[in-house]
Each structure stands twice: as structure tokens, then as C-alpha cells.
Design a protein around this ligand. Structure first.
Ligand code: AMP
Length: 374
């Protein structure tokens, strides 16, 4: 039986592994030294690895996989290159390298003529002071590699806010972005096969709380779907540029003047979890199918579908909605931590929205969404 090795042991690795097993593949995992592996413990062999150890031994310990893939962009790209001497590595390590740095990502998007939020590279506090004159505040200041889910990010309304926060010296360089006046946020997820076929999932509208995704849903709003359609061109350009194999995700701001790309993720995405119940082939299965050379599965939504994240909570809502399914990641609860999610499908978009709002109320009525990250 063929083996797929996944670098990372979180919930995305868990759901990819479950999809791989469903289509008859073995799975193994690479865990960094102190990584929590509980989400994937029973799904395949877990190999602890730290820089400097033999890559040949790692390959052997992983069961000589046919292909190695990643569950997150913050992986050691040189390890991906070294593993590619032994087996296939998808997605292309160049795509991982670019998408792990917000500045490289913006430069590539601009190279292709796609819009990003006006930004400046910030090497020190003086650059940050200058950014308040060269950009229009408020500003989002972000770490280019380690900022995600609102972590390592500072929202500054005016230069005076600089006195209220401390940006650690070691955090520089940073990137400062203008606040985008978006109408809504959306994402587009697509899979590209080895043969170069691209299949797009329906776009989702995403709502965040304190910088973390709270809910995603497909929509029958024709205007919104039309507005997001140009994202397909961005997606196809990037997939072809990298000769990308697997799932790629685009996070978008939708404005009066068109789309602005916020971020790229070279992997399956939280906003695509609804595909587990809303499509005949989920984003997880399609990623695995692509990287193992199989034909892609259907990406059409069978019903209006959505997802609500379970952030920092470890118990199910007392009252549940019909056609809803809960998924737990087997993680230790921490404030704001993604502990699981609920997928909801409904024949009707309005009812879908009502169910999502009801669940959010049920989940968070006693514990207002925590404000501080752990
Ligand atoms: P990020 O870590 O870049 O995905 O940011 C998390 C969330 O913060 C986004 O989904 C937006 O809701 C918000 N955000 C980040 N950057 C900006 C921006 N430049 N303008 C407006 N909202 C932003």
C-alpha cells in the first residue's frame, strides 16, 4: 500500500490523513520536537524530527513514502528540498517558500498585476513612524512569517497608538498594511492535479472575530459570487506558475473596487472544512488525490453549506441544529484555540445562516469569545 507522509500533526494533518485512509493509503507524520501530536495519534506512525538529523533516516522511518506533503506553510523549506531527493514533495517547495513570507507573497502577486493592500516593509521603529505618512492609517502591522490568526499583529489607528504597545525588537522586520475597507471577506480553494487539471470549490464568505475565522459559508448571492469570480484567474495563474500539485487557498478582501488578496495558503484551509459535508469530494480528499496522481473528485457544492469554528471550547452546544455535524481535534483547550468545528448543510441559504447564528449563540453565550491569545 502506498504511503503519504504529512509534515505537521495538527487538525489539518488529521483530516488529510482520514481522507487518505478512506481511499486506501497509509499515512505517516513528521512531528517537530515538542509538537502536540494528539490530533493524529492513531492515524499512522509519528516520527519526531529536528534539524540536523539524517533525512535518509527520516525517509526510512516514515515508511519510504511515495509523496510528502505539508499541513502548514511554516515548515523548513530546506527539509522539503532534501526530501525531494528521496520521493515526491507536493506542493512545490518554492510555493511553500513564497507563501510563508507575506512580503514575498505580495511581491509575487504584484508581479502578476494582482491587487494587494498598500504596504511598506518595516525594518525598525523609524520605518514604522514613516509608514504613518506614506500610508493611510489605520495600519495593520504584521510579522511576515509568524503572524497568523491575528497573532503577531498590531492594529494601529494613529501614530499615538505606538506608545500603547511594545513591539519586541526581535519582531522586526515587519510589514505595515493599510486597513482595507472591505465589504466582506472570502476565500477560494482549488485543487490542481499532476495532469494540470484545476477544479475550484465554490467560494466561501468568511467572518472573523479578533482576527480568527469564526464562520464560513457558501452563498447563493449572485452579486457576491460574481465579485469573487476573478479570483479564479489569480488562482490559475499561481497554480500554473508553480506547476502546483495539490490544494491551494486564497484569502480575499472584497471591496467596492474589486478583489484584494490578503494571503495565500499552500494547503487545505479552515474555510474549506464545510466541503467534508457539502461536497462529494472534500478539500482533504482532493489534496490527497492530487498529490498521489489520482483524478480529482467533484468540487461542486451539493447543498448550501457552512462551518462554525469551536474556538477555545471543549464541549458541544447544548442544543444542536439539524443536518449539522461536529468534529473534534482532540486538542488540549486553550483560549482561542481551534478545538473543533461544526459543519452545517441546508437546502436553503437563509436557514443555513440562521442555524450558524444559532450555534454561535449556543457555543459562546456563556463564554464570550476570548480576547487574549494564549
Ligand atoms: P491575517 O492574519 O492577515 O489573515 O488577518 C486576520 C484577519 O484580520 C483578516 O481575516 C481580516 O479580518 C483582518 N485583517 C488583516 N489585515 C487586514 C487589512 N489590511 N485590512 C483589513 N482587515 C485586515
Amino acid at each position: 500500500m502506498k504511503t503519504v507522509a504529512i509534515i505537521g500533526c495538527g487538525q489539518l494533518a488529521m483530516m488529510m490523513a482520514q481522507a487518505a485512509k478512506k481511499i486506501g493509503l497509509h499515512v505517516s507524520f513528521v512531528a517537530y520536537d515538542n509538537e502536540d501530536v494528539r490530533s493524529v495519534s492513531n492515524l499512522g506512525k509519528i516520527v519526531r524530527y529536528s534539524r540536523g538529523k539524517s533525512v535518509a533516516k527520516l525517509f526510512k522511518d516514515l515508511g519510504e513514502p511515495e509523496v510528502v506533503t505539508v499541513e502548514r506553510e511554516q515548515v523548513d523549506v530546506s527539509l522539503l528540498h532534501e526530501l525531494s531527493d528521496f520521493c515526491q514533495v507536493h506542493p512545490n517547495p518554492d510555493a511553500v517558500k513564497v507563501t510563508q513570507n507575506r512580503i514575498y507573497e505580495k511581491e509575487l502577486l504584484q508581479h502578476f498585476g494582482f491587487a494587494v493592500a498598500p504596504y511598506k516593509k518595516i525594518r525598525n521603529v523609524d520605518d514604522l513612524l514613516c509608514a504613518f505618512t506614506s500610508l493611510y492609517p489605520p495600519l495593520f502591522v504584521k510579522h511576515p512569517t509568524s503572524g497568523y490568526d491575528g497573532k503577531n499583529q498590531w492594529r494601529l489607528n494613529s501614530i499615538g497608538d505606538l506608545e500603547k504597545i511594545t513591539i519586541p525588537e526581535k519582531s522586526f522586520p515587519l510589514v505595515a498594511e493599510e486597513k482595507v475597507p472591505f465589504l466582506y471577506e472570502a476565500s477560494l480553494i482549488a485543487a490542481r492535479s499532476k495532469a494540470g487539471e484545476i477544479r475550484y470549490y465554490p467560494p466561501t464568505v468568511n467572518e472573523h472575530k479578533d482576527g480568527i475565522l469564526l464562520k464560513s459559508y457558501t452563498t447563493d448571492n449572485k452579486k457576491i459570487n460574481r465579485q469573487i469570480l476573478p479570483a479564479r484567474k489569480i488562482m490559475a495563474t499561481l497554480l500554473e506558475h508553480w506547476d502546483y500539485v495539490g490544494v491551494l487557498s486564497l484569502e480575499l478582501f472584497c471591496t467596492e473596487d474589486g478583489l484584494i488578496v490578503n494571503e495565500l495558503a499552500p494547503r487545505v484551509h479552515n474555510s474549506g472544512h464545510w466541503t467534508m459535508d457539502g461536497c462529494s469530494c472534500s478539500q482533504f480528499e482532493n489534496h490527497i488525490r492530487a498529490i498521489t496522481g489520482k483524478k480529482l473528485g467533484d468540487t461542486k457544492a451539493q447543498f448550501p453549506a457552512g462551518m462554525v469554528n469551536l474556538l477555545g471550547v471543549d464541549s458541544a452546544p447544548k442544543q444542536f441544529t439539524s443536518n449539522s455535524k461536529i468534529y473534534w481535534y482532540n486538542k488540549t483547550p486553550l483560549p482561542k484555540r481551534k478545538m473543533g468545528h461544526i459543519n452545517i448543510v441546508d437546502e436553503d441559504n437563509v436557514q443555513l445562516e440562521e442555524k450558524q447564528n444559532f450555534l454561535i449563540q449556543e457555543i459562546y453565550s456563556n463564554s464570550e469569545l476570548p480576547k487574549k491569545s494564549a
